[in-house]
Design a protein around this ligand. Structure first.
Ligand code: UDP
Ligand code: MG
Length: 322
């Protein structure tokens, strides 16, 4: 029988926590009665610097529900870091950790399937979205484009998987060895190279509260998902430069011809157009190189990914309270 931990990051989730806890509790009870998991399995909520009553609610739930434990981070560090905080805290107390968003948009009935796959010897079981009708059209389209781009850039990642997964303690111990500051777990975990499988996951609508992933957060994550794993974009700039030079050579022939025949070269607007186009491309390229330098800057500083303020139902030592 395995001791299971469910790790869930929470950022301003006061509206949904009680419902989510009730659903998870029911599932854990059933699994414990069926002797699929040990009765001391638990739910670990990571409060990622919420501005609402999330932490008070976690504390209340901890008081009335034996499964609930809590980790309170000092400030908002983002979904990926909050997940890391939860996983690293839970790993020494559990045999397997399932990470899931607090809104339970993922289908929790796939958790027993994940456990089954884990007992068969898989270290990592990815929940893969097979039905994303509940996600807005724009989100679905941009996700598809993003996965394609990632693949082209040579980043290993699981199509349509978004941080709903089970990891064994062995996998988490290996993950702990990766010290990078710009976390993109969906790209990092496949690199571990452990046996994995997938289970189908149906995405439901958010029952309460709103999405905490702003467009900005989503774009940053997408950029991290590529730049943390691939330097192909920088090589892309070199290729682009070469293409521009070839084009300018072709234009040069045209200009030379006009000089020989003594006619003026027409095309003021095409000149401006190309200046702006090349200018824009150069700026984007410098920005891209800057993005990599910024990453190096963050890595070199080596600041902690998160700091823990308070814990509930955990020993302070495990949670590394600062
Ligand atoms: N989240 C977090 N920190 C943040 C943003 C989000 O811990 O800065 C959590 C959030 O509480 C939720 C999960 O990450 O449990 C996913 O967020 P959300 O459901 O809002 O994203 P969506 O499903 O809309 O992509
Ligand atoms: Mg959600």
């Amino acid at each position: 029988m395995i001791r299971l931990a469910i790790v869930s990051p929470c950022y301003n989730e006061e509206e949904i926590l009680a419902t989510s806890t009730a659903r998870l509790t029911q599932m854990l009870d059933t699994l414990a009665v069926g002797q699929k998991i040990s009765p001391d399995s638990f739910i670990l909520y990571v409060n990622d610097g919420s501005h609402d009553r999330t932490w008070e609610i976690i504390a209340r739930l901890h008081g009335e529900n034996r499964y609930v434990k809590g980790l309170n981070l000092t400030r908002n560090t983002g979904h990926q870091n909050a997940l890391m905080a939860g996983m690293m805290t839970a790993k020494d107390m559990a045999d397997a950790v399932v990470t899931i968003d607090a809104d339970l948009q993922d289908d929790i009935t796939t958790i027993p399937k994940m456990i089954e796959a884990h007992t068969k010897g898989y270290d990592i079981i990815y929940g893969v979205k097979v039905h994303r009708a509940a996600d807005p059209l724009l989100k679905r389209l941009s996700a598809t484009a993003f996965y394609r781009l990632q693949k082209r850039m040579g980043v290993e990642s699981i199509y349509n998987h978004a941080d709903f997964r089970l990891m064994s303690r062995r996998a988490l111990d290996l993950l702990a060895e990766y010290k990078e500051r710009n976390l993109y777990l969906r790209g990092l975990i496949p690199i571990l190279g452990l046996p994995y499988t997938t289970v189908d996951d149906v995405i439901n609508e958010r029952k309460a509260g709103t999405s905490k992933y702003t467009l900005g957060k989503m774009l940053t994550l997408a950029l991290d998902g590529i730049t943390s794993f691939s330097v192909k974009p920088i090589y892309g700039i070199i290729w682009l430069g070469m293409i521009f030079i070839i084009i300018s050579l072709a234009i040069g022939i045209d200009v030379a011809q006009a000089l020989i025949t003594g006619t003026a070269v027409p095309g003021w607007s095409s000149l401006i157009l190309s200046i702006w186009f090349v200018g824009g491309t150069v700026l984007i390229s410098i920005g891209l190189v800057g993005a990599y330098i910024g990453k190096i800057y963050n890595e070199v500083k080596g600041r902690p990914l998160y700091n823990v303020k308070d814990v509930l139902g955990l020993d302070e030592e495990t949670a590394d309270v600062q």
